[in-house]
Design a protein around this ligand. Structure first.
Ligand SMILES: [Zn+2]
Ligand SMILES: [Zn+2]
Length: 360
């Protein structure tokens, strides 16, 4: 119990999902034994995303079903308050970003360096059943999956490292390079980060689409080259693609689809140039109606994106160096005792809201 010396009090208020529509703020046990490779963490900030809303509403995320009460939350920054005896990369007091999915480090994918595809990591992703998440004051985590935050990064930016690493992974998978033109579909937090990251990777023109005008206004303020408000009642994927190509003066080399909506994905395929790539970041239904024949006849590669692998260091470097400014994306912060209200607020998608965070 030595590692509990740094624990100020034994309050471990946690956000726990018990089933569909049944969220509770309650105490959970603090781990009594710290493994040699683990750090005990004190959570500071935790962002919410669509995953948390699915869990709140449906008690499941695709095939991952809440069977036992589960602590949710997976976009976090924390302080190290105790270290196991084999931990060499961190010390007590360090502030860290938490990489949330822990691979087995033994299977063929892990050996090949593609540890985000490890079947074990899918069952060991914090905040998704069956693995407890990060929205609790104290928990232990392997030090290999913790990344020290430079002093000039805020707690909020630290928490944004999780979703931003996913975007860095997408931009790396898509090989975005200097001078390329990019279409981003969706101006939620992921779409905004995709546009900012594409610019940081050297993209020339970046265009963005969304239903929500206030988000597009923010994207314009942050330097997107052109934005398009989509009206779902009149939206035509072919026509919108033609408009984008006309305005861009060329087809986008790369499109990054962040909505998961079939019509939006179709638009991305129609717009992208022959031989180009479409990154699938947004997750829609289990089956889709996109025009696959176009991807075949025009050799458009659909690029899947699953979380991240070794992307935290670059994500942190891009944020800390100021090449990517994520601060304007964090629009609302709530104290932990209002965590349930915070998640419900996020679900309402009110004008001007983007990333909603909870803080201890
Ligand atoms: Zn998330
Ligand atoms: Zn593995």
């Amino acid at each position: 119990m030595d590692h509990l010396k740094g624990v100020k009090n034994l309050d471990n208020l946690s956000l726990v999902i018990h089933g569909p529509g049944n969220l509770k703020l309650e105490q959970t046990p603090i781990k009594e034994h710290l493994e040699d490779n683990e750090c005990l963490l004190e959570t500071h900030s935790c962002g919410f995303c669509g995953t948390d809303i699915h869990l709140m509403d449906d008690g499941r995320l695709a095939d991952f079903i809440v069977k036992e009460p589960l602590v949710i939350g997976h976009e976090t920054s924390a302080r190290v308050i105790a270290v196991g005896k084999d931990v060499t990369n961190l010390k007590v007091g360090d502030r860290v970003a938490v990489e949330t999915a822990i691979p087995c480090q033994k299977c063929e994918y892990c050996r090949d360096g593609k540890y985000n595809l490890c079947p074990i990591s899918n069952t060991q992703a914090r905040g998704v059943p069956p693995k407890h998440g990060c929205l609790r004051r104290y928990y232990a985590h392997p030090s290999d999956f913790l990344f020290k935050l430079p002093d000039n990064m805020s707690w909020e930016e630290g928490a944004m490292c999780e979703p931003f690493s996913c975007i860095v992974h997408a931009c790396r998978r898509l090989n975005i390079s200097a001078g390329q033109n990019v279409l981003v579909c969706g101006a939620g937090a992921m779409g905004m980060m995709a546009f900012l990251c594409a610019k940081a990777f050297g993209a020339n023109k970046v265009f963005i689409t969304d239903l929500n005008k206030s988000r597009l206004a923010l994207a314009e303020k942050l330097g997107v080259d052109k934005s398009y408000a989509i009206d779902p009642k009149t939206f035509n994927d072919v026509e919108m693609a033609q408009t984008i190509v006309k305005d861009m003066g060329c087809n986008p080399d790369i499109s990054i689809e962040c909505t998961g909506n079939d019509m939006s994905t179709s638009m991305a395929i129609y717009a992208t140039k022959n031989g180009g790539k479409v990154g699938i970041v947004g997750l829609g239904g289990l089956k889709s109606t996109v025009p696959l024949v176009h991807t075949a006849m025009r050799e458009i590669d659909l690029i899947g994106v699953c979380r991240f692998r070794d992307d935290y260091p670059l994500a942190i470097q891009l944020i800390a160096s100021g090449k990517v400014n994520l601060k304007p994306l964090v629009t609302h912060k709530f104290p932990i005792n209002e965590a349930i209200d915070a998640l419900k607020f996020m679900k309402r998608n009110v004008e001007g809201s983007l990333k909603v965070m909870v803080q201890y």
